[in-house]
Design a protein around this ligand. Structure first.
Ligand code: NAD
Ligand code: MG
Length: 387
């Protein structure tokens, strides 16, 4: 394999760390030249990763930590940078591929920049597609790179999606574990806190996505993500609860066939697939033992207890900036929940209220429209929280 230049956005996070592990498994410095690693305020961890993996540059998104990062890197020859301009630089250093694994809307600008520069994008940051779907898809197309999903469900769909059979495509079926509250009553859910909500039964992930999994907002984002990624009509996106998380998602065709991708719940499979695409390369991840698994279960999602799914459906049907509004309002409510200022079920109530208030926005024509809708949704969600 030829050495490929890679930048890792969000290197200090759960996906970022797994990406570095996969890079080591795929041949390390013989296979990948790391142009940049980025992180937020934890510059000690960022510097450690940059040194250990031989990155050329380290970028902290937090400008106030620039001096500390520079200090951590002194004498190593690794360039330090910070803020939006630093992320911009990381996006523009002639990358062959970029792992987009910043959490939240903060990932949008640098990922767009990298896409426009023509890098292949390994996309973990689903918020890019939720908030700016058509614009983001267009930026990738114009940049000329490939877009390879890293979200496990979308990686699964991508792996079994027969592009040459598009006319025979019936539907995609996204699987959901149901999260830690799958069997909890609405009344019990009203009183859960962030510490309980973050304990995912199958996947080990970052804090925000873990809580989004408990509320099924993660699945809501993934429905919208799939709509844009695979150019689907809202009615073609189904969700089924599958508590074991072994089937990572499926595609149904007109002849009644369903193709599925299965594996142990380990993000390194989807990351490895994206980094080695179009090849499949060996990875030391757990192999499935079907006799030991014995059974796979399925159930319909409950939209009364998990109203996020209903909100996603609404955003998909409405189109335009409703994805950006949903995500912006949700991020504010989620942060408030983490800080104990918002109830678990209130997250969907606030998001729904903001979506209703901002129901009449025209479709975005520029990325600024997305940022405006996002910040207006945040402002409204924050003001509802204060009431
Ligand atoms: P995480 O919280 O573990 O890591 C987030 C990364 O983003 C860190 O490197 C952090 O420093 C950086 N970051 C945080 N705020 C930032 C800001 N304002 N500006 C720039 N950088 C910032 O998150 P994660 O679980 O690794 O998830 C990353 C993305 O991948 C999310 O969009 C998530 O939805 C998606 N994703 C994650 C998983 C998973 O298994 N963790 C699976 C599918 C999709
Ligand atoms: Mg997922």
């Amino acid at each position: 394999m030829q050495t490929r230049r890679i930048a890792i956005f969000g290197a200090t996070g759960s996906i970022g760390i797994n990406t570095l592990d996969v890079i080591a498994q795929l041949g390390g410095r013989d296979a990948f030249e790391i142009t940049a690693v980025t992180g937020n305020s934890n510059v000690e961890a960022l510097a450690r990763l940059a040194i250990e993996h031989g990155a050329a540059m380290a970028v902290t998104a937090d400008e106030s930590r620039y001096d500390d990062l520079k200090q951590e890197l002194s004498g190593t020859g690794i360039e330090a940078a910070s803020g939006a301009s630093g992320l911009d630089e990381a996006a523009s250093c002639n990358n062959d591929i970029v792992m987009a694994a910043i959490v939240g809307t903060a990932g949008l600008a640098p990922t767009l920049k990298a896409a426009a520069a023509g890098a292949d994008i390994a996309l973990a940051n689903k918020e890019c597609l939720v908030s700016a779907g058509p614009l983001f898809m267009d930026a990738v197309k114009r940049g000329g790179g490939m877009l390879i999903p890293v979200d496990s469900e979308h990686s699964a769909i991508f792996q079994v999606f027969e592009e040459n059979q598009r006319r025979a495509l019936d539907r995609v079926i996204i699987t959901a574990s149901g999260g830690p509250f799958r069997q909890m009553s609405l009344d019990e859910m009203r009183h859960v806190d962030a510490a309980t909500a973050r304990a995912h039964p199958n996947w080990s992930m970052g804090l925000k996505i873990s809580i989004d999994s408990a509320s099924m907002f993660n699945k809501a984002l993934e429905m919208i993500e799939a709509q844009h990624l695979f150019d689907l009509a809202p009615g073609q996106v189904e969700v089924v609860v599958h508590p074991q998380s072994i089937i990572h998602s499926m595609v149904g065709y007109a002849d009644g066939s369903i193709l599925a991708q299965l594996g142990a719940p380990d993000m390194r499979t989807a990351i490895g697939y994206a980094l080695a695409y179009p090849e499949r390369r060996p990875l030391s991840v757990e192999r499935l033992d079907f006799a030991k698994l014995a059974r796979l279960d399925f159930e319909a999602p409950d939209e009364t207890r998990f109203p996020a799914l209903k909100l996603a459906r609404r955003a998909m049907e409405r189109g335009g900036l409703q994805g950006a509004v949903l995500n912006g309002a949700k991020e504010v409510a989620l942060e408030a929940f983490i800080e104990g200022r918002c109830g678990f079920l209130e997250m969907a109530e606030i998001t729904e209220a903001v979506m209703a208030e901002m129901d009449n926005l025209p479709a975005a024509t520029t990325i600024d429209d997305v940022y405006q809708a996002d910040s207006e949704a945040r402002r409204r969600a924050a003001s509802l929280l204060r009431r």
